[in-house]
Design a binder for this molecule. Sequence first.
Ligand code: 5GP
Length: 120
Amino acid sequence: STAPADTPTIFDKIIKKEIPSTVVYEDDKALAFRDIQPQAPTHILIIPKVKDGLSGLSKAEERHIEILGYLLYIAKVVAKQEGLDDGFRIVINDGPSGCQSVYHLHIHLIGGRQMNWPPG
Ligand code: 5GP
């Protein structure tokens, strides 16, 4: 995307509860909510509450290292909470070729069915 890295997205409205979402985990740094167009029985998005220029993984700077690790850890916490004991998939889409559609970094947590590899 050519949009500035700090351009607001729909996820800002979700964080502020200006539009509804099904929140499954929330703390001071991270929010996890169900994807509106689930690709599996469990499909959750984990996002940083403060975007800080992190429109996508390709925009990551050294200052983002801590939140990136934190979000990945929260993905594991939510996977456990969702009962995905047999496994799950983590996806970060980046840029046009990666099929990214919302430019606020998010981790997809997908599970509840057999995944395939390669994804295509
Ligand atoms: P991306 O394609 O950028 O990796 O993923 C963006 C995801 O956000 C998509 O899976 C899409 O279904 C989800 N999404 C977009 N708008 C909304 C919304 O308003 N609410 C929720 N819960 N999910 C959304």
